[in-house]
Design a protein around this ligand. Structure first.
Ligand code: NAD
Ligand code: UDP
Length: 314
């Protein structure tokens, strides 16, 4: 297939492009580099089936030739990023999803939206099944991301129903791995880099809030299985292995070694207290479940950041 990946120079997008090329597809990556980097896809440059287009997906998109699928990942994803770019985040979820859907329709292509566990907000149901409608504060600081993705999901389903398009919605839960930015503010790169630099690890609140971390190769495999399935979704893609943020800080401190200690900082507004995907639907409809244990995924991620920090300080 010839597949367009919006957000293709980002963390998950770059791994997705790489896997799709490895599977024999042709890939067009489109990105405005607001939170991504060409460094993430530098190793793909010159590949005969790979093309990069520097473009903002909220503007009219013109792509030469046919397309079989549009995988729409463009959007700031880290809370620090989307709080820094609130309007761009709302625009890419709304206008960007509209443009990407319009392009897919014009080309007769399928469409996959990378949505998020944030559509469940601060959940009152645990673990979160796809049937749960969520508990989102629309006017809080995180609302710019949560509501943009909720609008995007509604738009995808409207295009499916009204235009008869073949569409998919993936609700991705916390994903980690190499190529996250050291300074993107998300908990995995932040804790690992703090430990590697011998700094204190900054736990927000009392650290009793939970997250469930999925290694990027598992998330990418789930997205591809969803694309290949006939299932419109939404489908949760995540790892149900849940832990508190405080336990995660202790795990990183012992995995990296050499860190100073743990310090506590204010909990950000509307920070979800619990999060764990119910992946019954992904198992039954896609035959997918995560395979990489946290210890293995973290070892790879620590190795990546050790290399990065060493090369930037040498
Ligand atoms: P990322 O910030 O590394 O990647 C996002 C990419 O989108 C970046 O390269 C950025 O430059 C690009 N982008 C943003 N706005 C754009 C625009 N207007 N036009 C073109 N490109 C634009 O984030 P990520 O973690 O790789 O997330 C990728 C997708 O997966 C996002 O849609 C995010 O909401 C979703 N997601 C990620 C996670 C996670 O844990 N990583 C969890 C849930 C959902
Ligand atoms: N967090 C933390 N210290 C940090 C960064 C994040 O304790 O330096 C916490 C954050 O408050 C949240 C969890 O880690 O409870 C996950 O945060 P992240 O930004 O990775 O993503 P989220 O799941 O909140 O979107």
């Amino acid at each position: 297939m010839r597949i367009l990946v919006t957000g293709g120079a980002g963390f998950i997008g770059s791994h997705l492009c790489e896997k799709l090329l490895g599977d024999g597809h042709s890939v067009v990556a489109l990105d405005n580099l607001i939170t991504g980097s060409v460094e993430n896809i530098a190793h793909l440059a010159g590949h005969p089936r790979f093309k990069f287009i520097h473009h903002d997906v909220t503007e009219y998109i013109f792509i030469d030739g046919s397309l079989d699928f549009v995988m729409h990942l463009a959007s700031p994803a880290s809370p620090v990023d989307y709080l820094q770019f609130p309007i761009q985040t709302l625009k890419v979820g709304a206008l960007g999803t509209h443009k990407a859907l319009g392009l897919a329709r014009e080309k007769g292509a399928g469409f996959l939206l990378a949505s998020t566990s944030e559509v469940y907000g601060d959940p009152l149901v645990h673990p979160q099944p796809e049937t749960y409608w969520g508990n989102v504060n629309p006017v809080g600081p995180r609302g710019v991301y949560d509501e943009a993705k909720r609008f995007a999901e509604a738009l995808v389903f409207a295009y499916m129903r009204y235009h008869g398009m073949s569409t998919r919605v993936a609700r991705i839960f916390n994903t980690y791995g190499p190529r996250m930015r050291a300074d993107d503010g998300r908990v995995v790169p932040t804790f690992i880099c703090q430990a590697l630099r011998g700094e204190d690890i900054t736990v927000y609140g009392d650290g009793s809030q939970t997250r469930s971390f999925c290694f990027v190769s598992d998330t990418v495999a789930g997205l591809i299985k969803l694309m290949e399935s006939g299932c419109p979704g939404p489908v949760n893609i995540g790892n149900p292995d849940e832990m508190t943020v405080l336990d995660f800080a202790k795990l990183i401190a012992s995995a990296v070694g050499g860190g100073r200690g743990i310090v506590f900082r204010d909990l950000p507004v509307d920070d979800p207290r619990i999060r764990r995907p119910d992946i019954t639907k992904a198992r039954s409809e896609l035959g997918w479940e995560p395979l990489i244990p946290l210890s293995d995924g973290l070892a790879k991620t620590v190795e990546y950041f050790r290399g990065k920090l060493c090369s930037s300080s040498c």
